[in-house]
Structure formats: structure tokens, C-alpha cells
Design a binder for this molecule. Structure first.
Ligand SMILES: [Zn+2]
Length: 272
């Protein structure tokens, strides 16, 4: 399997949010079966005397971006259209619903605006487990990847594990590479900035990523189940203050964990 660093390196495009490169001309893949009847997998077709990129290249580029962005299979299906506000209806008032509407609107606004403004202010979704934060963040990611944006979706505990592993192997170059990519990728999504066992070392790594991105005005979308007091407790005051500067904050909450609501629905269907 290709190493994370090498995958990450290839996804990088430090200059623009949207990558206008023409992709790599592929030559039939590994299985030797021809996939595109138009160009015979050459990636280009002739229009008169001129060679132009085949339409399959766009799809290939999008597929590659999805692979490099590292979204898990489950998250690939997250789309704004499937963010159901019904989960947020409750008997005890309209707060859940109103907050969810605001978070959804802000997410859609972000994906619209970032195409023209690569320095759009980021988003931070806070709220309990199972309130739809990751779903929204992944919906943003999927839409932007389809629009050919360079984006990386990192789950914070996994990121810290990877950084620790490269650091432990005394491979400082790799650690620096991964950090460097998280710092400089045009759009970064940090999922689950939660109550993990942060050491001074990991706190510094998170700070270094966020501080760089704040200074360079690179948009970051973050999900966390911590409130700001807790963020300050776990990650320190300077990180907390940077988050406020670089993100608009939205709270998501429901009467009951959405996964639990789905579980009940699924099991009820099976009993019928
Ligand atoms: Zn083709």
C-alpha cells in the first residue's frame, strides 16, 4: 500500500484551492482492462488535428481526489440533501432545529464562497456525540472534492497517532511532511477534536497546525464535542483563541443521538 505521506504529497496543491491541473494521463490501470471507450484510456482524444483531454479525465481526477482526501467509506455518502432536519425536531422547543438549520446554511454558504475566496473563514461544529457534526463536515468535503478542491479530512486521534509513529521512528522528515501538509493543504477538515489524552507534544502539534493556518488564512472545518471551556482545558488558551478567530462556531444538538434514532428506525422496519 502506498504510504500516507506519498499519498498526501500528491494531493497537495499549495497555491490554489481549486486545482486546475490536467491530472495524470493514465494507461489502462493495473488490471489491463480498458475503461474508457472514447479515448481507449489514453486520456486524450483528437478533435480534428488537436488533442484535447477526454471527458473521463475529469472523473478520474475526482476519483483520485476522493482517494487522497481520506474520507472513510461511510462518509462518502454524506451530502447536504441527506442532512435531515427531522432528527432535530423536538417537543421541548425549537432550539435543536434552529441551530441545525443555521449550521446547515453556514455549511452550504461555506462551500459556495470558498470557490471564489480561498481564504473564507472556517467552521467549527460543536455538540454531543451523534448530533450530526461529522455528517456536515463530510458533506462539505464531498461537495468540495467534486468541485476539484484540494482537501484533507483528518480524524484528530488518527493524526496524532501517525505523527507520534513517525516521530518515534526518528523520522523527523516524515513527521515534518505530514505536519506540513496538514498546515498547508488549501482546505483541512479536523474531525473529532475531542477529549483525547493530549500531551504537551501533541498539544503543540495541533497548535502548530492551527496557528499556521490562521496566519495564512487557510480555511479549516473542525468538529468537536467539547465546549470552549473544555477546549481551553485540553488544548490550551492559545489554541482556543485561534479557533475563535479562524472559525464561525455552530452548535448541533438533538434530543437523542441520531445513530440511536436510526437504529430504532432500522430495527422497527425489520420487525415489520
Ligand atoms: Zn477517456
Amino acid at each position: 500500500m502506498e504510504s500516507t505521506e506519498s499519498v498526501l504529497k500528491r494531493v497537495m496543491n499549495k497555491n490554489t484551492v481549486r486545482n486546475h491541473d490536467s491530472g495524470t494521463l493514465f494507461s489502462g490501470g493495473n488490471d489491463n482492462t480498458e475503461k474508457c471507450p472514447l479515448c481507449k484510456d489514453r486520456g486524450i482524444i483528437l478533435q480534428g488535428d488537436t488533442a484535447v483531454p477526454c471527458s473521463c479525465m475529469e472523473k478520474q481526477r475526482t476519483d483520485n481526489r476522493f482517494r487522497y482526501a481520506r474520507l472513510s467509506r461511510e462518509l462518502l455518502n454524506c451530502r447536504f440533501e441527506r442532512f435531515h432536519l427531522d432528527y432535530y425536531r423536538s417537543l421541548d422547543g425549537t432550539d435543536h432545529l434552529n441551530n441545525a438549520k443555521k449550521a446547515l446554511a453556514a455549511s452550504q454558504d461555506f462551500t459556495d464562497k470558498i470557490i471564489d475566496n480561498p481564504h473564507e473563514v472556517g467552521l467549527l461544529f460543536t455538540g454531543p456525540v451523534g448530533s450530526g457534526k461529522t455528517f456536515l463536515a463530510a458533506s462539505i468535503a464531498n461537495l468540495l472534492i467534486e468541485k476539484q478542491c484540494s482537501l484533507l479530512f483528518l480524524i484528530v486521534p488518527d493524526l496524532l497517532d501517525e505523527l507520534r509513529a513517525t516521530f518515534a521512528h526518528k523520522n523527523e522528515t516524515s513527521e515534518f511532511d505530514l505536519l506540513d501538509i496538514a498546515r498547508t493543504i488549501p482546505i483541512l477538515i479536523l474531525d473529532d477534536l475531542g477529549a483525547h489524552n493530549y500531551t504537551e507534544w501533541s498539544r503543540n502539534r495541533i497548535y502548530s497546525i492551527l496557528n499556521y493556518r490562521m496566519n495564512e488564512q487557510l480555511p479549516t472545518v473542525i468538529t468537536t464535542n467539547l465546549n470552549f471551556e473544555e477546549i481551553e482545558h485540553y488544548l490550551g488558551e492559545r489554541t482556543c483563541s485561534r479557533l475563535l478567530q479562524m472559525c464561525r462556531v455552530f452548535r448541533l444538538s438533538t434530543e437523542q443521538d441520531i445513530r440511536m434514532q436510526n437504529y430504532v428506525k432500522r430495527e422497527n422496519l425489520k420487525e415489520k
